[in-house]
Ligand binder design. Structure first.
Ligand code: NDP
Length: 411
């Protein structure tokens, strides 16, 4: 029986709150706090059991510390924006509360996300006897757990990792992002980095493309290699990896819009003056685009996100693919949200459950793959994100002239 405070009442915050509310035996008391309290109240009204809400600006450490000291939750689930990670960690340290999130810290004025800032809190959390769990969404989150589970159960040593994130959903808008537009655009316009023989190699954004046919008739999609934050922690924690890449599907319309918006300067994070007022173009653009939490009713289709790992078992090479597919409309029926928020919010709830049940307990700051994947993977099957494992005979995304199919036998 534990009290949690969820911070952030956007698309992901809505799903985490729904999923935690479904498990009163674990999350006995829930407080949903965010900058705009009316959004917390709107989510609270969708639930079948009462929760409390609060107004908080998580950039303000003294105010947040005061709120945490007053409420004394066992855990803060941070699903605000990556800009708030450090201030929320500071307040958790000051108030003596465990912490978890779904995205690593990114400074507001520099489009650069990495773990160094949060890893630097390790000793302080350790000395305080507190746990900080980093990256418990889908990617990062479930994809880290998929890799850890594959490494644990199917290999003696893993050598290559391809994380493939396909969103086969259609919301009917010419251009919209499935999660916070500002974070999404900063992520996809960043230089690509992938791991090759002990170092990260930089290539221009969207410069490497492949074609991938998903299992279970989700379809065939163009996928593009890009940098994603779990590559940083996975290559650190699995030093036998010789290559690690992240791929995401993008439709032609999305890419065309992004190119034009970039060309005219609308994706810039540099402030400009307009009519005597300072405006950050990407923030204005984010305001003009559809709110991701409003896409639920109109998004149809499925996501298919998984990891392909090559390595050695008993002296022989093998290829294992572990994936989940998730239907946007099924998610909407259950928690009034599309699958991108759902696939993030469910692993966030499960990560929180692992900590509260003390299935995962270690003082300090930890990436999710540093914990045992087994109880987490069991709960993925139980709470809405079932997964499957296939043994593939070949897999190669290097040859862009051919479509790679995830075709193999179940293991
Ligand atoms: P939204 O923009 O929909 O929601 C963000 C919420 O945070 C809003 O309610 C916003 O409040 C609130 N917020 C922003 N700033 C503050 C602040 N200073 N104090 C308190 N609350 C604040 O984003 P999403 O729900 O789409 O994403 C939430 C998080 O999940 C992000 O960090 C994102 O990167 C991460 N994510 C992770 C994924 C994964 O798989 N690991 C996938 C998708 C998202 P207001 O309404 O006032 O603006």
């Amino acid at each position: 029986m534990s009290k949690v405070m969820i911070i952030g009442a956007g698309g992901v915050g809505g799903v985490v709150t729904h999923k935690c509310a479904q498990l009163p035996e674990i999350f006995s008391e829930i407080i949903l706090a965010s900058r705009t309290e009316s959004k917390c109240k709107a989510i609270a009204e969708q639930l079948s059991r009462p929760i409390r809400t609060a107004q908080i600006d998580a950039d303000n450490v003294p105010d947040l510390t005061k709120l945490l000291e007053k409420e004394q939750p066992s855990l803060v689930i941070n699903v605000a924006l990556p800009y708030q990670d450090l201030t929320i960690m500071d307040a958790c340290l000051a108030a003596g509360v465990d912490y978890m999130d779904t995205a690593n810290y990114e400074p507001l004025d520099t489009a650069k996300f990495e773990y160094s800032w949060q890893w630097a809190y390790h000793e302080r959390f350790k000395e305080a006897g507190l746990t900080a769990l980093l990256g418990s969404g889908f990617d990062p989150g479930a994809t880290n757990m998929f890799t850890a589970y594959i490494a644990k159960h199917y290999f003696d040593e893993i050598h290559e990792l391809d994380i493939i994130d396909v969103n086969g959903g259609d919301h009917g808008y010419p251009f919209a992002t499935n999660f916070n537009p500002e974070i999404n655009i900063r992520e996809v316009t960043a230089e690509c980095r992938h791991w090759e023989n002990g170092e990260f190699i930089e290539t221009p954004a969207m410069s490497k493309k492949a074609s991938f046919t998903c299992p279970e008739d989700v379809g065939t999609y163009n996928i593009y290699r890009m940098y994603h934050e779990e590559l940083e922690s996975l290559t650190k924690h699995y030093p036998t990896l010789k290559r690690a890449q992240f791929w995401m599907s993008f439709g032609d319309s999305y890419l065309k819009h992004l190119e034009v918006l970039g060309n005219v300067g609308m994706t810039s994070i540099e402030p400009i003056m307009y009519n005597g007022q300072e405006i950050v173009p990407i923030q204005l653009l984010a305001q003009m685009l559809p709110d991701p939490s409003s896409l639920g009713p109109r998004t149809k289709g499925r996501t298919c996100i998984g990891c392909v790992v090559k390595g050695i078992k008993d002296g022989k090479e093998r290829i294992i693919y572990l994936y989940n597919t998730c239907d946007h409309q099924d998610c909407y029926k259950e928690v009034q949200s599309q699958a991108i928020s759902y696939t993030t919010g469910v692993p966030a709830m499960i990560g929180a459950k692992m900590l509260l049940e003390k299935k995962w307990k270690a003082d300090g700051v930890w990436n999710i793959e540093q914990f045992d994947p087994d109880p987490f993977m069991e709960d993925m099957n139980k709470y809405g994100l079932p997964w499957k494992v296939l043994e593939l005979t070949d897999f190669d995304l290097d040859d862009s002239s051919k479509t790679q199919t995830a075709d193999g036998k179940a293991v």
